[in-house]
Design a protein around this ligand. Structure first.
Ligand code: BMA
Length: 866
């Protein structure tokens, strides 16, 4: 069992490190007969989950391979028992107070200690603290936890409802009626019930650590720093310390020290205080000259301070607590437009309006306990390297780990944090349900509030939009007006009041927003002229990719296109003989429209690129389509600054290996989109966007630096063979934090009479003679272009510890994908274009030999897939 770093300091917290955990299917459960092996005791991993424990004990087939999902559904219907024997050291046992802290129990858990029931838990998102004074012994304590199936716990209740409320997602396995959804009634990660990018594995278990806290006279409950005033010259702060005192009033010395980003002492304060029995809240004012503020990625350093508070009693005994935090102000600027009823939506950090660039994140695994910091780091580092500065933590998962937030702080990734509500509706009309949610909000706000990266708490994902605009609300109102009114009142109460208040009370000034998308409960949540927006006209409503150019919201918090992960990743769950769009295993890993998502992919691929000949080409073209489509949308959003102030595509990561909207797959491999994101989110970039219907190309220059940039831009119109028809160059100075429209070309003015099938317009942006951004504009759909097959020559040589790949194009190379088949290799860039005559060198890191690499090299570009 892992040791949790306690706020109260090491003197009073200890893990159950010597605990030996076991688990079994409860023998009395009706499923025990069918699964007798699982009903025996087996070793368990804590924190963990029942699925991963069953897998580790070889009691089930691998949940991510083949098409195993249907045969593993029984796990979510069974009752599971976990048990640990543990000892308690004499010092710990001697302390007057002891509490068992359960950081995460999934979900309906009955806990007993040495045979005595101590807790009945009903919320996976909460931290449960249980007083165990007098219940512990030195040797062989037994902690037992029984998890009831959430489906079975709630099924009868939901079935009995005369009118159902909409939720996500129904079971595709005919085990429960299609209109009965359990997920919305239980405080458990909603995605466990299946989503349109992940399987349905209704897991159970101890998903976060269990810690034993013991103390004598007092304990530091919480330490936080509130920023009252902050600018470049000065910071006025209040250190907030909560101490629980168990004995009679005592006078103590409180010391507060602040350490700066380089470890130097930045401030020091002393105070005498008298602690009375119960909770004592102490406030210590501290001020700093020339504070080092925390900035989002691309805007400055990610400075962090550490606060250390010490409470010393008369007997000299000291308690210490430590917390890292950052100094920044955050505001959502919602200026009214001069005309109409529109309002802006911009994050202003330390007074600077930041164009938010990034993506949405979903959970990193079906089984949260196996998400290591290393895995988070790989994906989040990629986000930062791709010039992202914001991630939205989508509401259908779970509140991220401390490690996730530490990385976000360190990488300058602002976090838009949804509360954990994923879609549909929930029984918020029930006061017990709401109280349970407020308790969960309290736990998570207090756990995460010191992270400077946390810039917004948002009520839920798409619930207001679903209720008002997807027909859920209207349908229920028609069938059962009174019940519908009650449901909506509950919604308003929870998201308009309770959670808003929770954030105001505990959030240290971080703003709150009622839902994504929304206008904070004012009017139409899907309006494009106010609030944030999810746009699914492209993909869900089958509008052409070009439609992205006609949707200009104030802040785009979701838009997306799917793609398959690369074949290396596909190989992990499907063998090559299964590689076909309609193969059951491939369909099982395509969750959109229960496998038919592949048809949606083909629809978009065929419109632009033509029908793929093989599964390998289908995978490749899906990535090209996704990358080019999202590039168009993201650049349009950036070009619409300052009207639009954010662009977060759906989605950054994956929960398992399969088809999805992600730009990085489950194994951490980049799809073409991630390479494109690094280009379209570059701080200084050129957006040359051709509107097919208008036959016009708009050129906008983007500058996210907080300083002016001198540059020049150039457009060359050329044949695919390199013959240049026209060229023009312009000097420009880009204002700080700006998008500047510099030209608009009709096709006729740009292309003249050159044959559109083999003509390209090459837009370059240069600083000091060096190209920083390029965008190619074409005049016919890719499938009608005269692109050559094998347009590039390749050579690999060794270079120091690495290798270098030299590519030379003899004709236009469009969407080149470089792959090394089975061989492990990391390339510095991929998904590239090359003009005729252009040479590019790319560094390769690989454990393989030069010979192996040369043999494994595969090149594929659009000219090769016809
Ligand atoms: C959005 C999200 C998710 C979903 C995605 C793709 O609506 O909020 O619920 O996975 O679309 O369909």
């Amino acid at each position: 069992m892992a040791l949790l770093l306690s706020l109260a300091g090491p003197a009073t917290a200890s893990s159950l490190r010597n605990a030996r955990w076991q688990f079994r299917l409860l023998p009395g459960d009706s499923l025990a007969k069918a699964h007798p092996d699982a009903a025996q005791w087996h070793a368990a991993q804590v924190p963990g989950s029942v699925h991963t424990d069953l897998l580790a004990n070889r009691l089930i087939v691998a949940p991510y391979r083949g098409a195993h999902e249907a045969q593993l559904q029984w796990i979510g219907r069974a009752t599971w028992e976990y048990r640990a024997h543990f000892d308690v050291g004499p010092e710990t046992l001697a302390r007057r107070h002891s509490v068992l802290v359960f950081e995460g129990l999934d979900t309906f858990a009955k806990v007993s200690l040495n045979g005595l029931p101590i807790l009945s838990a009903n919320n996976a998102h909460r931290r449960w603290r249980v007083n165990v004074e007098g219940l512990l012994k030195a040797k062989d304590n037994v902690l037992q936890i029984v998890f009831q199936s959430p489906i079975d716990k709630l099924l009868a209740r939901v079935l009995a409802m005369p009118y159902k409320i909409a939720g996500n997602y129904p079971s595709p396995y005919d085990d429960i009626p299609g209109d009965v959804m359990i997920g919305n009634f239980v405080r458990k990660p909603a995605y466990h019930f299946g989503w349109d990018w992940g399987p349905r594995y209704v897991t159970a278990g101890i998903w976060r650590p269990i810690v034993l806290q013991t103390w004598n006279d007092r304990r530091i409950v919480d330490l936080a720093v509130r920023t009252n005033k902050l600018n470049a010259e000065q910071a006025a702060l209040t250190v907030l310390l909560t101490v629980r005192q168990s004995a009679r009033p005592t006078s103590v010395n409180v010391n507060v020290a602040l350490y700066g980003p380089e470890g130097h002492t930045a401030a020091h304060q002393k105070k005498r205080a008298t602690l009375t029995k119960g909770e004592n809240r102490l406030a210590v004012p501290v001020s700093l000259e020339h504070p080092k503020r925390w900035w989002p990625n691309g805007y400055g350093k990610q400075n962090r301070y550490t606060v250390v508070a010490t409470v010393r009693g008369a007997n000299g005994q000291a308690l210490e607590s430590k917390q890292q935090f950052g100094l920044r102000t955050v505001k959502i600027r919602q200026r009214k437009d001069a005309k109409g009823d529109g309002r802006g939506f911009a994050f202003v950090i330390n007074g600077v309006a930041v164009f938010a660039k990034g993506a949405n994140v979903i959970p990193f695994d079906m089984f949260p306990a196996r998400v290591t910091k290393k895995r988070l780091q790989r994906v989040m580092q990629a986000a930062a390297d791709s010039h992202m500065n914001m991630l939205r933590v989508w509401g259908g998962g779970y509140y991220p780990s401390d490690a996730f937030y530490q990385l976000a702080d360190q990488l300058g990734l602002m976090i838009w944090q949804d509360f954990m509500f994923g879609g549909g509706m929930q029984p918020a009309y029930d006061p017990d349900f709401r109280a349970n949610v407020v308790a969960e909000a309290h736990d998570n706000i207090l756990r995460l509030r010191h992270h400077p990266s946390l810039v917004l708490w948002s009520g839920n994902n798409e619930e207001e939009s679903a209720w008002k605009n997807w027909g859920h609300g209207a349908k229920l109102k028609k069938m059962a007006p009174q019940f519908a009114a009650k449901v909506w009142k509950g919604y308003q109460r929870l998201f308009g009041h309770d959670l808003r208040q929770a954030v105001a009370q505990w959030g240290l000034g971080t703003p709150y927003w009622a839902s994504s998308p929304s206008n904070d409960l004012q009017g139409n949540p899907d309006a494009s002229n106010r609030g944030d927006k999810h746009y699914w006209g492209v993909w869900a409503q089958k509008k052409p990719i070009q439609a992205y150019l006609h949707e200009t919201p104030r802040f785009m918090s979701e838009y997306g296109l799917q793609a398959w992960p690369s074949l290396k990743t596909v190989r992990e769950f499907a063998s090559p003989e299964q590689w076909a769009v309609d193969n059951p295993v491939i369909r099982a890993h395509q969750k959109y429209l229960a496998g038919d998502g592949n048809q949606r992919l083909l629809y978009y691929i065929e419109a632009e690129y033509g029908a793929p000949d093989s599964f390998a080409d289908f995978v490749y073209l899906s990535q090209v389509m996704q990358a080019e489509g999202i590039s168009l949308a993201a650049l349009h959003h950036r070009a619409s600054r300052p009207y639009t102030m954010g662009s977060l595509y759906w989605q950054l990561n994956d929960v398992w290996p399969g088809a999805s909207w992600s730009s990085i797959d489950y194994d951490g491999r980049w799809k073409a989109l991630q390479f494109h994101a690094r280009r379209f989110f570059a701080p200084v970039a050129i957006a040359a966007l051709r509107d097919r219907n208008a036959a016009t190309t708009r050129v906008t220059l983007l500058n996210d630096h907080n300083r002016a940039v001198k540059a020049h831009w150039r457009v060359r119109v050329m044949d695919f063979d390199g013959t240049e028809h026209t060229t023009q160059t312009h000097d420009v100075t880009l204002a700080p934090l700006s998008a500047t429209r510099v030209a608009s070309f009709s096709d006729a003015s740009l292309r003249g009479d050159a044959d559109p099938r083999h003509t390209v317009a090459v837009f370059d942006l240069m600083i000091n003679g060096e190209r920083v951004s390029r965008r190619l504009v074409y005049f016919v759909p890719a499938k009608n272009q005269a692109l050559k097959a094998n347009p590039v020559a390749a050579e690999i040589r060794t270079q120091g510890d690495a290798f270098v790949l030299t590519l030379t194009a003899h004709s236009l190379v469009r969407d080149l994908w470089i792959d090394f088949d089975h061989v492990q290799a990391r390339l510095e860039d991929n998904a590239i274009n090359l003009l005729a005559g252009q040479t590019r060198q790319l560094i390769i890191h690989s454990p393989a030999s030069l010979r192996q690499l040369r043999k494994a090299l595969r090149l594929k570009s659009l000219g090769d897939v016809r």
